[in-house]
Design a protein around this ligand. Structure first.
Ligand code: SAM
Ligand code: SF4
Length: 323
């Protein structure tokens, strides 16, 4: 059987897999300085278990997989997982979201194992500010990671930039200019609420308006189901500028994804605590058909829209769910 569709007629073909809740950084918008309480290691899915779940999902028509975390490259052997997933019939697009710290060394083997493309989180182009936002990271290492990814052909490379008022919103032009000068693909993301942050929110419409001072933004064609960003180009730019407004602009009507947490919970929606446990059934000997039924249950449970930012919304830990 191929082709999964939810109750609201949205085709579901994309699975985001958080491979770990551990991270080698503590970005101020994502984690408190001391980190979060971690999942017990034994509760985390093994790579073999992840593969079994993806095989079942691929039978249902999931064709795109993204590895995220925590920091996915901080989990040992990630390259083996990429190769295991690349061997699954029907999986034709494997991507990675990373903070980039370990990317320069891993890029060639990731490419060889079957990774197609990479998103790198980068919230500032200023070295000192970078170590403040990430609490200790080195900007040079991330830039080296981006270069390495480019040189091995992991393409396109998209940069994810969370905009925070009075923290990095004075760098909008610098990032936008990189789409012209370096052909970067930059995606500006609205800050999402998380219990540890009292950082300043900047609506994505304001970000766009401020960038338009540089010149008109030409809309770019994007495929249906290409994700939550709306893409534009400054005149003459090789790169694009994406805007993602999870709070101020509803993108749920185009949602094509499910999320698998590192401890084996399938999440129909990023912003809801509802989860379907795959780990226990898997460890109790569930068959592929059982897993398929559970995945179908998760698809059926996808809400029409999220309630992020509303009073009764849940506070989500991005490092657990994978963003
Ligand atoms: N460690 C990897 C990284 O940083 O790219 C992958 C996991 S991280 C949780 C995935 C994405 O979530 C990153 O692009 C990050 O910027 C984003 N993110 C984390 N906390 C966020 C928040 N409070 N608001 C908006 N985006 C957030
Ligand atoms: Fe780690 Fe990514 Fe969260 Fe930063 S955004 S703390 S790199 S998981």
């Amino acid at each position: 059987m191929t082709g999964l569709t939810d109750f609201f007629q949205r085709p579901i073909n994309y699975l985001r897999i958080s491979v770990t809740d551990r991270c080698n950084l503590r970005c101020i918008y994502c984690m408190p300085p001391q980190g979060i309480s971690l999942m017990p290691r034994e509760s985390m899915l093994s790579y073999e278990e992840i593969k079994i779940i993806v095989e079942a999902a691929a039978t249902l028509g999931i064709s795109k997989v993204r590895l995220t975390g925590g920091e996915p490259l901080a989990r040992r052997g990630l390259i083996d997982l990429v190769a295991m997933l690349a061997s699954i019939p029907g999986i034709d697009d494997i991507s990675l979201t990373t903070n980039g710290l370990l990317l320069s060394e891993a890029a060639p083997s990731l490419k060889e194992a079957g990774l197609r493309r990479v998103n790198v989180s980068l919230d500032t182009l200023r070295p000192e500010r970078f170590s403040q936002i990430t609490r200790w990271g080195s900007l040079d290492e991330v830039l080296a990671g981006i270069d390495a990814a480019r040189s091995v052909g992991l393409s396109p490379i998209k940069l994810n930039t969370v905009i925070m008022r009075d923290v990095n919103d004075d760098e909008l032009f610098d990032f936008a200019n990189m789409t012209v000068d370096e052909g970067w693909h930059v995606r500006f993301i609205e800050l999402m609420p998380f219990e540890t942050t009292d950082l300043g929110f900047v609506p994505i419409a304001e970000v766009k308006k401020r960038i338009e001072v540089l010149g008109a933004l030409e809309p770019c064609f994007t495929e249906a189901g290409a994700g939550p960003a709306k893409y534009y180009r400054l005149s003459g730019a090789r790169g694009t500028i994406g805007f993602i407004g999870p709070l101020s602009e509803s993108f749920c009507s185009g949602c094509n994804r499910l999320r698998l947490t590192a401890n084996g919970q399938l999440r129909p929606c990023l912003a809801s605590d509802a989860e379907i446990d795959l780990r226990q059934p898997l460890r109790n000997g569930a068959t592929k058909e059982d897993l398929i039924r559970l995945i179908q249950e998760a698809v059926a449970a996808k809400p029409e829209g999220h309630r992020l930012g509303l009073e009764d919304s849940s506070c989500i830990a991005m490092s657990r769910v994978g963003g």
